[in-house]
Design a protein around this ligand. Sequence first.
Ligand code: SAH
Ligand code: SF4
Length: 339
Amino acid sequence: MPYLTAPEALGELLPGEPSYRADQLRRWLYEAPVLDPADMTNLPAAVRERLGGLWPFTVEEQQSADGGRTIKWLFRAPDGVAIEAVLMGYRSRVTLCISSQAGCAMGCTFCATGQFGFDRHLDAGEITAQVAYAGAHLREHPIEGSPDRVTNVVFMGMGEPLANYTHTREAIRRMVEVMGISGRSVTVSTVGFLPGMERLATEPWPVTLALSLHAADDDLRQRLVPINRRYPIDDLITAAATYAETKGRRVTLEWTLMDGVNDTPEQARGLAAIARELRAHVNVIALNPTPLSDLQRPSARAAEAFVERVAAAGANVTLRDTRGRDIDAACGQLRARKG
Ligand code: SAH
Ligand code: SF4
């Protein structure tokens, strides 16, 4: 399972082979990934066999939606944990949503991953392999009218990436320095894990930071996002502002809209004030209802009214459509069904 070895250390897997073999292997793993080692055409069969299998997981399920423009995978690691990734093809980009942990310990009440608890951190290789797998799949099955490679990566699948900092960092390094994905096209979405936000600001890559805010005051936020008790909104705003300033990049605020909970005019005003202060872009996405919570998705009209209020209060805001609703493509939902 060569993805579990750093790209620079692949020679260790090929003792006795000339060093250019490791370079060839690295190319097949990261630059032009293939689904099957047999397609690594310039590597002798004996070398390919030594790899002992390519992927650090098996593909348990592949589903597609939106006329083949959205593909969701449920991968299974050898120890039994589930890993989800969702690929979305657009006109000028292909975005892959990846998982950083199996499960999540943050316990957000509206999130399927949070409801099912934490299994373990993913290794940097398991995170990067999701990107390589999707890239290899795209090469064999391009999405018509979309680029033929993964252009954007978002850490919005299962897990809190900044609570798994070392592996998240190493995965980003491999994507940017080895796979050729631009740092600006990588988005780290965080529940507001403050120490990780501060550390990420010190890294060399201009990755986009998305803060999952969901509420404009601490009372409401800590009902939805328990970790807010430890890292309250004012501290998150300070960290996000520092990030934006250090990187010269606007942060994004994510707002999962829940009927009768955070779709009020008061929350819209509070959100707009925070967004204006940070000069942030707001993404509003309607809740995907989950099995263990009564929280509901607002009507399309209510969602539009909320977004209009935020915009009228002077913030930059977009209502996102939810891709792949019919394949449980929201955070943690496929795994919630399959166990
Ligand atoms: N842990 C990180 C990244 C993974 S969650 C974070 O919380 O940001 C990625 C995004 O999916 C977050 O913005 C989260 O709020 C959102 N999300 C979680 N459950 C959802 C649901 N049921 N419907 C819609 N969005 C959801
Ligand atoms: Fe974890 Fe993010 Fe889900 Fe919260 S929303 S439980 S942080 S994955």
